[in-house]
Structure formats: C-alpha cells, structure tokens
Design a protein around this ligand. Structure first.
Ligand SMILES: *Cc1c(COP(=O)(O)O)cnc(C)c1O
Length: 431
C-alpha cells in the first residue's frame, strides 16, 4: 500500500466528517475516547441523558421517593410513554406500540394472538380453511425460530406447525402455499448478512393470501426508515438495546395494528395488561390499547433509562440516519478494497451498502481470532459463529476517520496474520 493512497483515504475520511450532518451527536455519548465501537448493533453505548436518568431513578426516585414514585414519577406510564416515542421512529400511529419484556417473549404473545385471530376467522368461512403454518426464514435469528417451535409443541401440529424456507423463497412459498399459512414471521434485517426484506411488497402479498404478518425489527429500529402503518403490518417486535441504545437487557417493544387491538387474545394475560389492574378483579379483561400486551410489572430502572436514551433521537430524521449509515459502510468497504485486495477475508453480505442494514460482514477461517485482535487494539466488532466477523456502523456516534482507522487495523491484522497469536484464540462465553 502506497503512502499516497493511505493519505488519500485519510483525507477523504476528513472530508466526509466535515460534511457529516450528524457529527454533533457524538458528543451526546459517553464513549471512551480511544475506543472505536463497531458493535452498536449488539449493545448501543451509554448516552449522557441515559446516565443522568439512571442516577436520578436510583438515587432520587427509588432511593428517596420509594413507592410514591409509581405516581409521582409516572413509573406506571413508562411502557406506554416509551412505546409512543418508539412509534414515531418506526412509522407507527400513536398507541400502537408498548415496551415490555424481550423480543422472544413478545413474539410468543403476538404469534399466539395471530394464530388465534386466524382460527376465529376461519370458523366464519365456508368452506372452512385450515391454516396452521407459521412461515419463517431458515436463517432467521435462532430465538425467533425457537419461540415458534415452543408454541408448536404447546398447541400441537393441528394448530401450529413451523415451516422455514430460505429468505429468497418466501414470496414463492406464499404464492404456492399461501392458503395453508396462518402467520408469516420475518426478520426485516438479517443478523448475519444484513439482508433487508421488502416489508411493503411481502406484507402486501401475504395479505392477498390471507396471511398475517409479524416483523422482527431488531436490526432495523433506530437505523432504517420504517413505515409500519403505510405497509399495513399486523404485528411487529423489536429490541431497544441495539441501535436504540436503551442499555443492556433494556425492554423490547411490540406493535399491534389498531385494527387488531379490539378482541385480541394474548396468552400471557397478566395484571398489567388488565383493563383495571388496581381493581384486583378475579377475571381477566384485556385493556383496550397496546397495554393489553403487558404481562407483569415493568423493569422500571431499565425502562427509565430507555426513555432517556430515546431523547437522543429528538429532532433527527431517519432519512439522514440511513444516509450516514450507508456512507459509513460504503467507505469502510472502499478502504478494505484498497488496503486488503485479494485476501482470505471475504465479504459475506450484499456488496451494495444500500441493500443491507447498517453492518458489514466478512467470513474468514480465523474470524474469531481476528475479532479478538481488533478488540485488543480498541476496535470492537463482534463474531457470529461459525466464521463471521460482523462490523456494525452506528451513524449517531461514529466518524469516518474512525472507520478509516478500523479498516487500516483490520487490514494490518489480516495481512500480517497477527491473529495467530495464542492470546487471540481463547473462546469466550459471549461472542
Ligand atoms: C437481537 C435479536 C433478538 C433478541 O431477542 P431477545 O429476546 O430480546 O433477546 C431477536 N431477534 C433478532 C432478529 C435479533 O437480532
């Protein structure tokens, strides 16, 4: 690599930083100065507003005001308040989103509810059609698959059967066997290769075939423009600890289209989803709005932190966020193409950054060790078994100069085989 080329790339990075409309956002985060954090897609960083709220909710609200805080600090309203803030970020109407539990648990609720809706629908039809299939992608996130498997075990084959096909075959499967499919459960952005599914077209096709649609927005919310309402999505779930920076284990969210809210039945019918939780009545009666998706007591500390984290998005628009996200990914690739042409590091995602979520993935036989070597030099991506190095580019806190530095380090590590050092081989429990 010629020095001139390196300098050109560095100059290009500086120029991109000067033109970056979102550059000012970096100062709202607590990131260690030396760190280049390419894992905001697994755990978003701490913002100043989140830290401030964490201290306040522990010291003042819990510490001093105790039980009174449920009213005084509106703890009871947090699931709905955070849900409505999220609704704006994902193109959903007010009072269609609520924060609670994890994606996995929320999937169980919406899968069950959607299957029941379909069963009730089919009872009214003559001749009766039996739809019992949950269709999903074979490379969907494992937990999504596991939850459907668990539900299938509970309900039995006659009522629920999981079927998975390759992502590119989803539409064909809908065309050919749509009349057997009850629910289509898809992840919008694939966690390994970042492939984006066409939410509008697939939802539309599914509806034509009488199929309900659930979208998992884990790698989309907070980084891609979404239009749940315009796409007429039935249900959606997503987490808040990735691009939404809600903090480790922050509560997830669930979207229920207005048209499904009345008469919906979700099986985890706990007191917080009751119409009158504090009347302590014997029989369950679901609340009207998205609150009916709640089960037990909300994790108030996490949810307060999430509430403050979402304030970072105030005044931002998703188009600008997406634009920077694409630019970061494209620039990283450009650097790697220059610095490391023809190496054993192979791109494992769509070559066009416009066609994938905010991440770039590579395969390499030593992907895990490469990841460890990067971390040792303060560049933090992650590893996804069996051989994927995944670099997440969060537009709110990364600079193009950091992207350049990270690409240069990766190129050095791969070219000089520095990853072969014994200290990078030790497999940790969380990758
Ligand atoms: C991260 C992720 C999850 C996580 O689910 P939790 O139950 O919240 O731990 C689920 N689905 C997808 C697609 C993910 O990327």
């Amino acid at each position: 690599m010629q020095n001139k080329q390196l300098n050109d790339l560095k100059e290009q990075a500086k120029q991109l930083d000067r033109n970056d409309k979102l550059a000012y956002k970096l100062s709202e985060f607590e990131l260690p100065t030396e760190l280049i954090y390419l894992d905001g897609n697994s755990l978003g960083p701490l913002s100043h507003s989140a830290k401030k709220r964490a201290i306040e909710v522990v010291e003042q609200q819990w510490g001093a005001d105790l039980i009174e805080s449920w009213n005084k600090h509106e703890w009871i309203g947090l699931p709905k308040l955070t849900g409505n803030k999220l609704a704006e970020l994902i193109g959903a109407e007010e009072n269609t989103v609520i924060c609670c539990d994890s994606i996995s648990v929320n999937l169980f609720k919406v899968l069950s509810a959607a299957l029941l809706l379909q069963e009730n629908q089919s009872k009214k039809q003559k001749p009766r059609v039996t739809r019992n299939v949950i269709l999903s992608q074979s490379d969907n996130f494992p937990s999504d698959i596991y939850m459907a498997q668990g539900l299938a075990t509970l309900l039995g084959e006659n009522r629920c059967k999981l079927q998975t096909v390759e992502n590119r075959c989803i539409e064909q499967e809908l065309q050919e066997n749509g009349d057997k499919i009850s629910v289509l459960m898809l992840t919008h952005v694939n966690f390994k290769n970042g492939d984006i599914s066409n939410m509008r077209a697939i939802t539309h096709l599914a509806h034509q075939k009488g199929v309900m649609v659930i979208w998992d927005l884990a790698h989309s919310a907070g980084v891609l423009p979404l239009e749940l309402e315009a796409c007429q999505v039935d249900f959606a779930v997503g987490c808040t600890y990735k691009y939404l920076n809600g903090g480790p284990g922050a509560p997830a969210f669930v979207y229920v289209a207005k048209r499904h809210q009345k008469g919906l039945q979700q099986p985890l019918s706990g007191w917080m989803g009751h119409k009158q939780p504090f009347a302590f009545l014997h029989d369950y009666e679901a609340a009207n709005g998205p609150e009916q998706m709640l089960s037990g007591t909300p994790p108030v500390i996490s949810m307060s932190i999430l509430d403050a984290s979402l304030d970072v998005f105030d005044g931002l628009n998703m188009i600008d966020i997406r634009e920077k996200s694409i630019a970061l990914n494209a620039f990283f690739q450009e650097c790697i193409d220059h610095l490391l042409a023809g190496s054993a590091l192979k791109l494992a995602c769509h070559v066009d950054a416009n066609e994938r979520g905010s991440q770039t993935s590579y395969t390499h036989a030593h992907a895990y060790a490469i990841c460890q070597a990067l971390i040792a030099h303060k560049v933090v991506p992650d590893f996804r078994a069996p051989d994927i190095l995944r670099l997440g580019f969060s537009p709110l806190f990364l600079t193009f100069e950091q992207v350049f530095t990270a690409a240069r380090l990766l190129a050095d590590i791969v070219r000089d085989e520095r990853y072969l050092l014994p200290e990078y081989q030790q497999m940790k429990e969380v990758t």
